[in-house]
Ligand binder design. Structure first.
Ligand SMILES: [Fe+2]
Ligand SMILES: [Fe+2]
Length: 340
């Protein structure tokens, strides 16, 4: 006699869970390298609360310098502070499509890291301009101009988010991964460059910590691509080519200067933007010059180009940097998936 209850007609199988769904739970490992990277993420991740914030003294800067430096962090937050929500959504996609467990965990770790990057934006901004980025009362022309530009940046961030939400469920995850890659290459280059250029130890610590995370994100994207590229169709490859151009268009705002696609900005924006960045640079933040940024971009793009061409994916034309390639047409808000 069994102590279990087993009906005469036998056990009834549970109904199948309609998909996409995060259930049923399962843990598969197909790519041990991703499991290793995830373990490394646990060890390497930093705690923004432990940065020596008392070393960042607002009194060291004039009011306008504080706002100009804050302006750059608000600019960065257009990318890094959308990171947690953007990757969280991609992470949910990875669960719903039953990706192997290390893929889900790596996406979780990127979401976690981006939260730390966001926290850095928050902490610097609150320290320098406590009611920033948008709630402070401007007391000079520079401050009025910065406030107005930040409003325009977030207007475009909002357009990106709406487009991303429409796109994220439309494409296979492998395509999303590839779309992320340019952002990860570009951001790891940016932060390493800035950690060398800044004259402030607190900024240096932040930049090198974030740069280390971004380099790991890049490894995750590359490992995912290695796993998924053989399954890409011609249509997928064409889409990736377009995404690489979309990445250039979107990320140039923080990495260089925005080209004439996607960005909806008043005609005075860029002129004022350049002045604000110059003042932040002269105050020692570590913002690279126009030419240094262009060189950085070329370097990052050349790296990505080598990788994707190896996998039979054509590279888009970037005439802004004298890079030839495929013409992918206009880039609109619905085309932009990349993040930092
Ligand atoms: Fe980031
Ligand atoms: Fe990242």
């Amino acid at each position: 006699m069994s102590e279990f209850l087993i009906p005469k007609e036998g056990l009834r199988p549970a109904p199948e869970v309609p998909q996409p769904n995060i259930f049923p739970m399962e843990w598969r490992t197909e790519t041990p390298k991703l499991a290793e990277i995830y373990e490394r993420a646990k060890r390497e991740g930093f705690n923004p609360a432990l940065i020596n914030w008392s070393g960042l003294q607002p009194e060291a800067y004039s009011d306008d310098e504080k706002v100009a430096i804050m302006y750059w962090w608000a600019l960065l937050s257009n990318f890094d502070s959308s990171g947690p929500a953007v990757f969280a959504r991609a992470m949910i996609r990875a669960w719903e499509s039953h990706e192997e467990s290390p893929v889900r965990r790596c996406f979780f770790s990127i979401t976690r890291d981006e939260q730390n990057h966001e926290e850095c934006c928050e902490r610097v901004i609150m320290k320098l301009v406590p009611d920033g980025p948008l709630g402070f009362a401007p007391r000079s022309e520079l401050q009025r101009v910065a406030l107005n530009n930040i409003g325009w940046l977030y207007h475009n961030g909002g357009r990106y988010w709406s487009g991303y939400n429409r796109a994220v469920d439309k494409y296979p995850l492998s395509i999303l991964f590839t779309s992320f890659m340019l952002g990860e290459v570009a951001s790891s280059t940016l932060f390493h460059g800035m950690s060398r250029a800044t004259n402030h130890p607190v900024f240096r610590e932040i930049f090198s910590s974030i740069g280390r995370d971004e380099a790991r994100h890049l490894q995750i994207c590359m490992t995912l691509l290695e796993k998924s590229w053989p399954g890409l169709s011609d249509e997928d490859r064409t889409f990736v080519t377009k995404q690489l151009r979309a990445g250039f268009v979107f990320l140039s705002m923080v990495l260089w200067e925005p080209p004439g696609q996607f960005w909806d900005l008043p005609d005075y924006f860029l002129h004022n933007h350049r002045i604000l960045l110059r003042i932040a640079r002269e105050a020692g933040l570590g913002v690279l010059t126009f030419d240094q940024q262009a060189d950085n971009w070329r370097l990052a793009i050349a790296r990505v180009r080598r990788i994707v061409e190896k996998w039979g994916i054509a590279f888009p034309a970037i005439p802004e940097l004298d890079i030839d390639g495929v013409d992918v047409g206009d880039i609109t808000a619905d085309d932009i998936i990349p993040v930092f």
